[in-house]
Design a protein around this ligand. Structure first.
Ligand code: PGA
Length: 249
């Protein structure tokens, strides 16, 4: 069975709640499609207005982060139950900015991935190498290690429904997109890694996005690759152009 494409926006720390409402109203008709799942991952405070504004459309709302505990003394954090209570279906886990600025590790990523599944939230699990690692020729080894740790203790049944976002760090926010060959090579290696951990059916089912300077002009070629099932889009998800990425065909 062909995998359904999933195109997600990662808003990062952008847009106030009122800007969120205006933007989603503008985007609704532009991101209409039957071909792909469309997810807007927005800042925590924008989640409720985003859900409200997206009503009646194909836009699903996701979070950009989540804590791995149910509740408690974790000032400033947001729990899985807070997300499911309002109808959030997706959460980005382990984005490279969270790893770099907020000390997230492969171990906390793994805890969060397992917790998301426990609550029926689909994790968008991020991985990707630095420019130094690419130059050292260790990209595939490094990404395989990230994936293996992220999926420790995750069942095949759960893994089948997961989304992985391969985002080379040097391509994020730089306008320096990976070549389609580079992106396809790593996405294919990730799929092989999942097949190794579980089985071929799981490898075939899991959806793998490419992220890093995806734009209206490169989406079509990237998403046409055999192992690329859509994109995680930062900068271009904040503009009406996101509609062109969603309707890349
Ligand atoms: P970018 O960000 O599209 O602005 O490069 C992608 C991401 O960080 O998810």
């Amino acid at each position: 069975m062909a995998r359904r494409k999933i195109i997600a926006g990662n808003w990062k720390m952008n847009k106030t709640p009122s800007e969120t409402v205006t933007f989603i109203k503008e985007l609704k008709p532009l991101v209409e499609t039957k071909e792909a799942d469309v997810v807007f991952c927005v800042p925590a405070i924008d989640i409720i207005p985003a859900l409200e504004a997206a009503k009646g459309s194909n836009i699903m709302i996701g979070a950009e982060n989540m804590h791995f505990e149910e509740s408690g003394a974790f000032t400033g954090e947001i729990s899985p139950q807070m997300l499911t209570d309002v109808g959030v279906k997706y959460v980005i886990i382990g984005h490279s900015e969270r790893r770099e600025y907020f000390a997230e590790t492969d171990e906390t990523v793994n805890k969060k991935v397992k917790k998301a599944f426990e609550h029926g939230i689909t994790p968008i699990v991020c991985c990707g190498e630095t420019l130094t690692q690419r130059e050292q020729g260790i990209t595939i080894d490094f990404v395989r290690q990230q994936i293996k740790i992220a999926f420790l203790g995750v069942t095949a049944q759960q893994a089948k429904t997961a989304v992985i976002a391969y985002e080379p760090i040097w391509a994020i926010g730089t306008g320096k997109v990976a070549t389609t060959e580079q992106a396809q090579e790593v996405c294919s290696a990730i799929r092989a890694c999942i097949s190794e951990i579980y089985d071929q059916a799981t490898g075939e089912a899991i959806r793998i996005q490419y992220g890093g300077s995806v734009s209206a002009s490169n989406a079509k070629e990237l998403f046409a690759q055999a192992d690329i099932d859509g994109g995680l889009v930062g900068g271009a998800a904040l503009k009406p152009d996101f509609g062109k990425i969603v309707n890349y065909q």
